[in-house]
Design a protein around this ligand. Structure first.
Ligand code: ADP
Length: 357
């Protein structure tokens, strides 16, 4: 049994190392959605070139020729499906069960597929669901040497306020704050952690969370695009062979839309929302890029979002960012802004434009 355990540990260490990136623990995947039916029917043209997508490169076209090239750890074209995408995120699931904190988030303009990538649609499930299926599957495979306790929290950050989406309506007005706990970990006193045993139970929790999200807003889509939706999976593992216990967190985050607000729109509540979104997304960019650049100071405290994610960004933890883009010429300026953000986050300088052959 001991030999089997050692073998398995070695295998796992190898897998874990494969996930390691030479630059650190931050990986950036770019995913482009297809042109929508409405865009296709109005003859809208595509400004994204995928000829070198298999090398992680993506070109932005200007009058048919490549104006700028971006490089990421992976580029997913509109032809890549949910299974193709998840296959690349899968090693992170194993890392969570091995005791590492993991954070996967989707960034981009509203309408570029953040929710499609994270949540997916019925019959076409995204990263969240596939991750949880895999988490339970691997936990079961390991049940002769480990026991796992898995629980889920669902929360939202809107206007720099944290809202627990699993509390009953009577307690929903309770303001949540982040507390520093032992060993650099954080806790959010009062946050509901729902224990789950299988994917059906998780599904029920997620449904409860998304219906709570809609409560109190007169436009659900608008509300969702202006708030960060965050799932936190907490995994407590006990190694039955040596008694060792670990606790790890997996954050799955569908960020607020990154689009800039038109100047004429900027008034009252809408302006405040936009400023808060801006603040949290740029704080996230600052944190991840300081990590990628191995800075000595990481500015976690500049927003609720980064403060919440503090113990899952940096250190031993693994971060995966999906930068979601639209292929349409109408979205070009937002697309460039997202690609520039993702490039900065990755901490790698832009390469020269790719030569046309
Ligand atoms: P966001 O969350 O960024 O606002 P959505 O996930 O709501 O964007 O996506 C906008 C629309 O585009 C949805 O109807 C979604 O189903 C569709 N969509 C996004 N990405 C893809 C994709 N890769 N393949 C097919 N449809 C997609």
């Amino acid at each position: 049994l001991k030999m089997k355990y050692n073998e398995e540990q070695a295998k796992r260490r190898k897998l874990h190392n494969q996930v390691e990136d030479a630059k650190g623990n931050i990986r950036v995947f770019c995913r482009c959605r297809p042109l929508s039916r409405a865009e296709s029917s109005t003859g809208c043209s595509t400004v994204v070139d995928f000829d070198a997508a298999s090398n992680g490169e993506l070109g932005i076209l200007n009058s048919g020729s490549i104006k700028k090239t971006f490089r990421f750890d992976r580029v997913f074209t509109p032809n890549d499906n949910q299974v193709d995408v998840f296959a690349q995120a899968l090693p992170l699931v194993t890392s969570v069960l091995d005791g590492y904190n993991v954070c996967i988030f989707a960034y981009g303009q509203t309408g570029t597929g953040k929710t499609f990538t994270m949540e997916g649609t019925e019959g076409n499930r995204g990263v969240n669901y596939q991750t949880l299926v895999e988490l339970f599957k691997i936990a079961k495979e390991r049940n002769d040497s480990f026991t796992y306790d898995i629980s889920v929290s669902v929360l939202e950050v809107y206007n720099e306020q944290i809202r627990d989406l699993l509390t009953t309506p009577s307690s929903s007005s309770k303001k949540l704050e982040i507390k520093q706990a032992a060993e650099g970990l954080h806790s959010i006193p009062g946050l509901v952690e729902e224990k789950v045993e299988n994917i059906q139970e998780v599904w029920n929790v997620l449904l409860a969370g998304s219906s709570a999200r809609a409560v109190g807003s007169n436009n659900v889509n608008e509300h969702n695009s202006r708030s960060h939706c965050m799932l936190c999976i907490i995994v407590k593992a006990k190694n039955l062979l040596n008694g060792e216990c670990t606790k790890s967190k997996l954050w799955l985050v569908d960020l607020a839309g990154s689009e800039r607000l038109a100047k004429t729109d900027a008034q009252g509540e809408r302006l405040k929302e936009a400023q808060n979104i801006n603040r949290s997304l740029s704080a996230l960019g600052d944190v991840v890029s300081s990590l990628a650049n191995k800075s000595s100071h990481i500015p976690y405290r500049n927003s609720k979002l980064t403060h919440l994610l503090q113990d899952s960004l940096g250190g031993e933890s693994k971060t995966l960012m999906f930068v979601q883009i639209s292929p349409s010429e109408h979205d070009l300026s937002e697309t460039l802004s997202s690609l520039n953000f993702a490039t900065r986050v990755r901490g790698v300088e832009l390469g020269p434009p790719r030569k046309q052959i």
